[in-house]
Design a binder for this molecule. Structure first.
Ligand code: F6R
Length: 366
């Protein structure tokens, strides 16, 4: 049932070219620059006129929400707020009938996310669910929604469900951009054609597995780790840190790279691994200066770089390449090496990667 893999987590990491493809199947038409989302159709006007989108979720799904914020604001120009369901539900948030609440949940059973939906619904918001488990409670509570189609995820640490959530949010961002007319058709066509290539680029990213295992050997006894990224690389850093802490029990933190100097820099010494998303995109130069700050304090830098990179590779102690693509798809590609890094470190430490201590696959308690 593990398909020849040692753990479900590894199997699920390797399934991602397929699961991302399954999430897009029948939904994108690159030649026409069209996105077809059955669940949204009736709500097209709502999305077009939405004053604001509020994304509610927990854990890894919340990280997907942060990627969604970046994409929706960038392409569809609708203001987005991303909320921890558990915080949102106990505040007295300002919600109106012109707001759309997007709830993201792999299991579709997370108690806090369900309660947040119910509260927002009672205040008149339209609820859109993004779930993986078909027929779960959250899809039933939602006005509309879409399934991520990642297939059953057995490993407690979310991997393929996360990249499928990000894929779903990417489709939503492009869909909203299309209905709102915020993207030139030619640009949308180019983005959709590139999106179609992502499964094969993820396949390529997986080829660094052996190198990542070698890097994992160096860090298996680390006690802390820092993950840095900018823009949509920031939620990727948060997710990288969460994966490492939950399965290897190494304390890890994700930070926006520029925030490092406002505190975490005090932690950096020759024993501190700093994993940096340093791909060639709009924040490349800025990230390079952040790497210099880490190196000046003797931190050990593991950089996720665009293939063919030389500038970062020169400075970093270890570099892991991912294929070049449009910045919109950075989270889908940069997440892959971080999943593998956590996986290998956890296995080398003898941890139960599929069932980490104290964690359950679906959190149905508040
Ligand atoms: C982390 C993880 C959890 C879940 C969180 C929300 O790997 O799996 O952080 O993401 O408990 O669960 P869902 O998405 O089922 O609502």
């Amino acid at each position: 049932e593990k398909g020849g893999y040692e753990h479900f987590m590894l199997k699920e990491i390797y399934e991602q070219p397929r699961s991302i493809n399954d999430c897009m199947r029948g939904r994108i038409y690159p030649l026409e620059g069209k996105i077809q989302l059955g669940g949204i159709k009736e709500y097209a006007e709502k999305f077009k006129n939405a004053h604001r989108i509020i994304i509610v979720a927990c854990g890894t799904s919340w990280h997907a929400g942060l990627v969604g914020e970046y994409l929706i604001e960038e392409y569809a120009r609708i203001p987005v707020e991303v909320e921890y369901a558990s915080e949102f539900r106990y505040r007295n948030p300002i919600i109106s009938e012109n707001d759309i609440v997007i709830a993201i949940s792999q299991s579709g059973e997370t108690a806090d996310t369900m309660a947040a939906i119910e509260m927002a619904k009672s205040k008149g918001a339209t609820i859109f669910g993004i779930c993986n488990v078909v027929g779960a409670s959250i899809p039933r509570l939602s006005d509309a929604g879409m399934y991520t189609h990642a297939g059953p995820e057995i490993g407690v640490a979310s991997t393929k469900a996360f990249t499928a959530q990000v894929t779903a949010l990417t489709l939503m961002a492009f869909y909203m951009a299309e209905v709102k007319g915020t993207l030139p058709k030619t640009k949308l066509i180019a983005l959709l054609s590139e999106l179609e290539r992502i499964p094969s680029l993820v396949e390529k990213a997986l080829e660094s597995d052996k190198l990542i295992l070698e890097i994992a050997e160096k860090f298996k006894d680390s006690r802390n780790a820092l993950f840095l990224g900018r823009g949509s690389g920031f939620p990727v850093a948060l997710e990288g840190a969460l994966k490492l802490k939950e399965i290897s029990y190494i304390h890890a933190e994700g930070y926006p790279a520029a925030e490092m100097k406002h505190g975490p820099i005090a932690l950096i010494d020759e024993e501190m691994p700093v994993i940096v998303i340093a791909t060639k995109n709009s924040s490349y130069e800025k990230v390079i200066s952040n790497i210099q700050e880490v190196k000046a304090r003797k931190g050990i830098v593991v950089a996720i770089v665009t293939e063919g990179d030389t500038d970062v590779v020169k400075m970093a102690d270890y570099s892991i390449e991912i294929p070049a693509s449009d910045e919109a798809f950075l989270p889908l590609l940069a997440t892959i090496p971080l999943q593998l890094l956590s996986y290998h470190i956890a296995v080398l430490r003898g941890c139960n990667v599929d069932q980490p201590r104290n964690l359950a696959k679906s959190v149905t308690v508040e």
